[in-house]
Design a binder for this molecule. Sequence first.
Ligand SMILES: Cc1ncc(COP(=O)(O)O)c(C=O)c1O
Length: 486
Amino acid sequence: MAVNGTPPPPPSLPAHPDPATDAVLGSGLLHELAHAFGGPFHFLLPHRFDANLAAFRAALADAGVDGRVYYAKKANKAAAWIERCAAAGAGVDVASTGELREALGHGVRGENIVVTGPAKSEELLRVAALQGALTAVDSLDELDRLTAAPRAGGAPPPRLLLRVLPPAQPGSRFGLDGAELEEALAHCARAGDAVRMEGFGFHLSGYAVQPRADLAGHLVDLCLKARVMGLRADRISIGGGFAVDYAAAGDWHSFLATQHPGHYHARRRFTPADFYPYHSPVAGADALRAVLAAVPAGGRDSLGSRLRETGTLLLMEPGRALLDRAGSSVFRIQGVKDRDGYAILTVDGTSLSLSEQWFNSEFLPDPVLVPPAGRAGGTRRTGGTGVHPACAGGATCLESDLLTWRKIPFPVRPSVGDLLVYPNTAGYQMDSNESPFHDLPLPPKVVFDATDDATDDATDDSPVDTGDGTTRGGRPRWRLDRRPAC
Ligand SMILES: Cc1ncc(COP(=O)(O)O)c(C=O)c1O
């Protein structure tokens, strides 16, 4: 509502407070790194990945369900995550030969890899089979190609799952429909020892719990049917799609209720349906708990009970949820221009390093302004008093290259040389769409590692690892995710 003719400021959407990210932001190191790299960069907090993975495993253990977690590698290309998977004995979901090579090259065992994606190349099918990876077969011709591939003498048969076209999402281009499944099952039964048919899988769009439990229940029934045909069929994969909760419920709902084209550069129009659900009451490993506790349609027992009773292993492929709060993206402001009551910032990178824009949407959690002298007075949450709205554009000649169309209500006026830190960007934002457009370098990734010798009772004054990637009494320790090529 306008007070004394002054329109209310554009709404903000602060990300959930995060001490580990705040520690990095407050360290002063980000400006040094921006100077060193001379362009945008991302920072990663692998201990967060470890914690998210542990939470998924705890959800399985608490439900008494035997299961395996495969990190969906497409969500972020960094080496750090697959190094963590290798160290923890977790799996990786890959969808290309490049991703498969990366996973194997960082020590993930072939048997811990699941290969997804449509119409896989001959090379991908061949290497997957040779490495003992599990291939999620997406079509009948792929099944033919996988089973017909020549095998070295004594090599084990190819391991496969049959990916199911979700009946509730018939428009999906992935998976086998009912008739194709029948044919695929008959094919596997005929093939005998030449294939190892381990079960069924799906990946659903959206984040709802019940449809996942419903389809998982159906897949358990399919496993029982396949076992009668002499097939192994002892596991199902429920894919990914575990939501991430970026922001508080109140902030999210009031943002959706108030946002309108006047809050965006060029009066760009977004409807609530255009946005990722930045608040989710049930997210991450809690979503897995909810799926396991739900009763699949037509049944009486929870999914967890069905899995236990039928001796069925549960596989899952979370991407975004394993990366929750595990990284942020840092841009330096290199231009500030005033326009009709707001500022247009130009940063030293592009929206290709904040992918949401490329899905006709917007990454909404507020970026944090970090001037060289230290973090600005704060967002609305931390009590900043001023309101200085600004959108953020990329350093390209494209009208549409905006990292944020929204006029973000900054607590102080942004200046050239300030950093803009977008929080919680590891899941799909950092590098899915990155491009060296305009010969701009790809943003490097900086890792803040926690180490095993972290201790709270050190007696000397040397910097001590706090276990969260920062040091007590010292600077964060950092390294590049990948060493520069010689
Ligand atoms: C087959 C498959 N598995 C897993 C995922 C990961 O999904 P999310 O990152 O939402 O968990 C995807 C995402 O597209 C997928 O296609």
